[in-house]
Design a protein around this ligand. Structure first.
Ligand code: NAD
Length: 316
């Protein structure tokens, strides 16, 4: 089987990024095996019509179960694994032990299966939360500590076993389907404006607000790329504040009823660097905030009008 015909295995496939990446792979003509605890195509159906999902096979698997992950990888023989399955904040805060099993145990299980079955590359989501910050010069919460640990596990799997990996650190991704996690507030504000509903921002912050279509495009390019080592990279260096987000929303929806917040959510604000990612995949089309907000508003409105599958895959 040629590498292009070997599937890409996507864990956490029911989730927000999983749906966007599956849609991007389908648009690029790459077969995929989508895996999650149990199949749920709710988010994917908003991006890709069910009759265009033929190249996607589904396999249920708990990434915390080493044997199940080994069987999944052995059966599917993927050209690459895109490992997204994780608990985010606040789920991680509510169930730290389970979060460790999924976010750390899952990382070990995926890399171990990649080692045993000779998978050429693993692309996994770390997070900007793994970045050191504050007086302790360390991640600020358990979620960040677990993501940092997952990065170290990938480094050791390269050093000890030659497993190639690329850890990507998204910060705040927005787009249709982003309904879980603390920073989904960014998408909820855009959605409310699109649908003419009021929304109170739970916090003010600044960070790398990035359109889901651009992020999916990056992952699809990584799947087709080659590298050696356990690489690690931010996705973007561009930052925006929630005030800039609200301005972008109001430029499109002047009467948007979005109440700003005085509660500051502390976020990493410096040291973003995507040189490594650019060295792996070259340059890609960026989606400026204003453009991403316009597209997302359009997609939410199309969905509300019953015109599903309106969100374009990839960066277009
Ligand atoms: N969305 C963002 O802005 C953002 C930012 C930084 C990092 N990340 C990381 O990117 C990845 C994907 O994020 P997302 O927004 O799509 O998250 P999501 O919460 O929408 O999706 C995560 C998926 O993982 C699945 N999952 C949870 N436990 C599992 C288990 N034991 N076995 C198999 N699957 C399991 C869930 O069912 C869910 O479908 C995560 O690793 C997340 O930490 C996301």
């Amino acid at each position: 089987m040629s590498v292009d015909r070997q599937p890409v295995l996507v864990t956490g496939a029911n989730g927000f990024l999983g749906a966007w990446i599956l849609a991007g792979l389908a648009a690029a003509g790459r077969p995929a095996v989508a895996s999650d605890l149990a199949r749920d195509t709710r988010r994917l159906d908003d991006l890709l019509a069910p009759d265009r999902q033929g190249a996607i096979r589904w396999r249920s698997c708990d990434v915390g179960d080493a044997e199940a992950v080994g069987t999944l990888v052995g059966d599917t023989k993927p050209a690459a694994i895109v490992h997204l399955a994780a608990l985010q904040i606040p789920a991680c805060r509510a169930a730290p032990s389970l979060c460790a099993q999924v976010n750390i145990g899952g990382q070990i299980n995926v890399l171990e299966a990649a080692r045993r079955h000779g998978v050429p590359r693993v692309i996994y989501t770390s997070s900007a939360a793994a970045k050191p910050r504050g007086p302790a010069n360390a991640p600020a919460n358990l979620y960040g500590v677990f993501k940092k640990t997952a990065e170290e596990i990938a480094r050791l799997y390269w050093e000890a076993h030659g497993v190639r990996s690329l850890g990507l650190r998204p910060h705040i991704v927005y787009g249709v389907g982003r309904d879980e996690g603390e920073t989904s507030a960014i998408t909820k504000a855009i959605r409310a404006a699109a649908l003419g509903e009021p929304y109170a921002m739970p916090f003010a912050t600044q960070g790398c607000l990035q359109y889901a279509g651009e992020v999916a495009d990056i992952f699809c390019r990584c799947v087709a790329a080659d590298w050696d080592g356990a690489l690690l990279s931010d996705l973007t260096t561009e930052q925006h504040s929630t005030d800039q987000l609200l301005a972008a929303i109001r430029a499109e929806v002047p009467d948007a009823d979005i109440e700003p917040s005085d509660t500051i959510r502390v976020s990493p604000s410096q040291g973003f660097d995507n040189t490594v990612l650019r060295s792996v995949i070259g340059e890609w089309p960026r989606t400026p905030l204003a453009e991403g907000v316009i597209r997302t508003i359009g997609q939410f409105r199309a969905r509300a009008a019953g015109r599903h599958h309106a969100a374009p895959a990839g960066s277009t």
